[in-house]
Design a protein around this ligand. Sequence first.
Ligand SMILES: Cc1ncc(COP(=O)(O)O)c(C=O)c1O
Length: 396
Amino acid sequence: MPDKFSIPFNQSSLLGRELEHISRTMTIGQIAGDQTFSRKCQGLLEQVLGVKRALVTTSCTHALEMCALLLEIQPGDEVIVPSFTFVSTANAFALRGARLVFADIRPDTLNLDETRLESLISPRTRAIVAMHYAGIGCEMDTILTIAARHGIPVVEDNAHGLFGKYRGRWLGTFGCLATQSFHETKNITCGEGGALLINDAALMDRAEIIREKGTDRSRFFRGQVDKYSWVDLGSSYVMSDVLAAFLYGQLEVYQQIQAQRRRVWEYYDQHLRDWAVSRGIACPTVPAHCEQSYHMYYLVMRTLEERQALISFLKSRGILSVFHYLPLHLSPMGLKLGGSTADCPVTEEKSERLVRLPFFNRLAPAEQDQVIAAVLKFQDSKPSASTVGAAHLRSV
Ligand SMILES: Cc1ncc(COP(=O)(O)O)c(C=O)c1O
């Protein structure tokens, strides 16, 4: 086995004027947050997406924590989250004392299963979190209709989905709040970072305060108050302008980035879909009414053993492929929070079979050819019923 991968799963690169902008933060002497480059990032997000307000944050995790504070989640309140998601989607609400109600996913898009959503709602439900897996939109029409019927706010965890659309409308513009990630694995990055998108104007003022340690510092800088003070709960969620400068360097070329990622995604799909389908291996499903964000390309193998064998096979050729989320309702923390009672068979089954292929902006065609050739050479394929089951999940 090679100890270094010739083709990594992810690799960051300079895609625009990132360094020039960072250098500028120093010449203008602005490296704390909420200055020239943070404002440029926020302005671009607001203008392109048409959201009422965008606030760049230290991470998507922190933007989700802001959502829990903004929605005033209290101990004992219930929040519906998919089990197949990153830990932060759930943890942000657990931090406020929420009882998590884990939802299963659709077998095709791996998004929250809207057909089972209403059965999870109780008089204590205070929020529904929809996560757009792989940047392919959840069924927002149904989710919003159900949520509106019960008067429950919807938050979009759009960590994967920046510049994806559902029925022609940008992801991140459906919920009262939505969150973005600019972690290095995302299409557009600054290493570590995120954003809160605010679609409900009533939440705008408190969002600024929560992000500024619970103070009205933003109002003070706008000259709206003559001193700033502690007025609410909050924390330090402001992104440094050094990171915002890097981020702006990528955001201002987002169309090129998205076009490049589209080429990578389509190339995988052209070369792998027939091979996969003929073997009962699944490729991503993109419904006709969704324009995806081209965040990742994955295969859902027939069994856990086959998935592990493919990862090892690619590794022996210097290629790093990775699995994804382990079901949150079966995680040690999920179980502690009552997750064992959750009924998420699709999550359990998909989670143990899914593998993500190397996918990054500068993945060269020759490298992608190597990945594809290796996958096509992979012969291990003896699925047996005994290999599929929840018992395997905790050992992966
Ligand atoms: C769906 C989802 N939500 C939230 C996060 C957290 O993002 P961050 O690392 O910016 O906090 C991730 C991270 O990959 C994610 O995949």
